[in-house]
Design a protein. Structure first.
Length: 182
C-alpha cells in the first residue's frame, strides 16, 4: 500500500474506533415495566381493590442517579421492594413523585401498590440522564441449563459457519475480479 493510502486507512480506522468507543463505554440504562395489575371487586364490601406493580431496573454498567417515579396522583398504599430509602414529593403539576438516590448496575426495585380510592396512573420514570425506557414483558418458560448451553453452542457454530462462507465468497469474488492471484 502506498504512503497516502496508509495515512487514509489509519485516519478511517481511528475515526471508526473512536466512534465505536462511544457505544462501548460504561453508562447507566434504566428500564421499567409493569408485571401485573389486578382488580378485586368485593361486592359484599362495596369496594373495588386494585393491585399494581412497577419494576425499575438499571441494566447499565454505571449507577443510575436521581431516579424519579411519577404518578398522576399518590397511590393509596405503596411499598418498595427490596426496601430502599426514598422521598416523596409533588412536582409543579401536582403529580406524585417517588425519588430514589440511585440504583447500582443490575440493581432493581419494585413499587407494589394497593388502591381502593385512587387508581395509580403511572406517568413517567426518569433519572439524571433521561427517561426510563418502557418495555413490554411476558412470562417465559425457564429451560434447563443443558438446553440453554446446547442452543448457545449451536448458535455459535452457525455464526462461525456463516462467517466462514462469507470469507470464502469474498476470496472467490476477489479472484474472479482479478484482485488476488490464485
Amino acid at each position: 500500500m502506498d504512503t497516502l493510502g496508509g495515512y487514509i486507512a489509519t485516519i478511517v480506522v481511528s475515526l471508526l474506533i473512536g466512534y465505536l468507543a462511544q457505544f462501548l463505554q460504561p453508562r447507566s440504562k434504566l428500564l421499567c415495566w409493569s408485571p401485573h395489575n389486578f382488580f378485586f371487586d368485593l361486592k359484599n364490601e362495596r369496594v373495588v381493590l386494585q393491585t399494581n406493580s412497577l419494576t425499575i431496573q438499571n441494566v447499565g454498567r454505571l449507577p443510575a442517579e436521581e431516579i424519579e417515579i411519577i404518578h398522576k396522583q399518590r397511590p393509596d398504599f405503596f411499598e418498595l421492594y427490596p426496601s430502599v430509602e426514598y422521598q416523596e414529593s409533588k412536582n409543579p403539576n401536582g403529580e406524585h413523585v417517588i425519588k430514589l438516590k440511585s440504583l447500582g448496575p443490575r440493581e432493581w426495585v419494585v413499587v407494589q401498590m394497593l388502591s381502593y380510592k385512587n387508581a395509580p396512573i403511572f406517568s413517567n420514570a426518569r433519572w439524571k440522564h433521561g427517561q426510563a425506557k418502557w418495555i413490554q414483558i411476558q412470562p417465559q418458560r425457564v429451560f434447563p441449563r443443558w438446553v440453554i448451553t446446547t442452543l448457545n453452542a449451536l448458535m455459535l457454530i452457525g455464526a462461525g459457519t456463516i462467517v466462514y462462507w462469507l470469507i470464502r465468497a469474498g476470496i472467490y469474488f476477489e479472484q474472479q475480479l482479478g484482485y488476488v492471484r490464485p
